[in-house]
Design a binder for this molecule. Structure first.
Ligand code: AMP
Length: 286
């Protein structure tokens, strides 16, 4: 596996590959790699000729500085995992490479309602930070296909919008969420859960699963189902709950009883804290 840190090296490498007709797949990450990240790498390996993974813990997307400080860093094991998984190139930029003009006075991206709904509402500035880092990474790596996880459902929508806004020549491939055996979505943040919290964490998936079934069966109207889900999460130690939402998958606008009667597709999204750890997850209801 090639490891590259510098702008000149990554652009030279990827431009040469493109010129020789190789299709480049790109998996951006913040490290502390788990099987979920590696499943993105595998999908990229199946669909492209050369896979670049990046590790960069992007400070501008952390609205909570404590969360940034505590973000796990496990670079040595990450490198081993990527080598074992057959990754072609690891891009490890430093902050000056991603933000050559510094992080003050950044470009503002027009994200519309995506920026004020759900994650946008609870993490002000987060998606601007995501766009800043993704715009720079995509400009440097210039991949043909970009692989991102459905686990960060709204992030995928934001990046799709960024691609449109900037007319970037890349196609976004969204990949299914990989889960632990008990259903908990794999996440770098899970390693910060205390043993008791780790057991409680499964309630997110169970609650969403139950909610999805009840929505499909039209057992109750969406608002009542949301309230029941919130109570279930509170009972199992989640506090505070940022949101439990049922939304339209193409807009994230709230899903009404009329939508339920019409059998329209929905996505259930949850963000809540267990102790100091904020967990997010979602399931789609066809
Ligand atoms: P992160 O390092 O958390 O920024 O995640 C890097 C990429 O991995 C993002 O596109 C995430 O959506 C994706 N990802 C994180 N967790 C999972 C998971 N459990 N299954 C699939 N993809 C994931």
């Amino acid at each position: 596996m090639i490891i590259i840190h510098k702008e000149a090296d990554i652009t030279k490498q990827t431009r040469q590959l493109s010129a020789s007709g190789k299709r480049i797949g790109f998996v951006p990450t913040m490290g502390a790699l788990h099987e979920g990240h590696l499943s993105l790498l595998q999908e990229a390996q199946q669909k492209t000729d050369f896979v670049v993974v990046s590790i960069f813990v992007n400070p501008t997307q952390f609205n909570d500085p404590k969360d940034f400080e505590k973000y796990p860093v496990t670079l040595e094991t990450d490198i081993l995992k990527l080598e074992n998984a057959g990754c072609d190139l690891l891009f490890l930029p430093d902050i000056a490479t991603i933000y050559p003009k510094g992080t003050k006075n950044p470009e503002i991206f027009e994200l519309g309602s995506l920026e004020v709904l759900l994650e946008g509402a609870y993490r002000p500035g987060h998606f601007q930070g995501v766009c800043q880092v993704m715009h720079r990474l995509l400009t440097l790596v210039q991949p043909d296909l970009l692989f991102m996880g459905e686990k960060d459902f709204q992030q995928c929508m934001v990046v799709q919008r960024l691609i449109g806004l900037k007319n970037l020549p890349v196609k976004l491939v969204t990949c299914a969420t990989l889960r632990e055996e008990d259903g908990l979505a794999m996440s770098s943040r899970n390693m910060r859960l205390q043993p008791k919290e780790r057991k409680q964490a499964i309630t997110i998936f169970k609650t969403m699963d139950h909610l999805a079934y009840a929505l499909l069966k039209k057992a109750s109207e969406p608002e009542k189902l949301i309230n029941e889900a919130r109570e279930e999460l509170l009972k199992n130690g989640f506090d505070p709950i940022d949101y439990v939402a049922i939304a339209h998958p193409d807009s994230l606008q709230p899903y009404s009883q009329k939508d339920q009667q019409a059998g329209l597709p929905a996505v259930i999204l949850v963000a809540a804290y267990l102790g100091e750890v904020r967990l997010i997850d979602n399931v789609q209801v066809p």
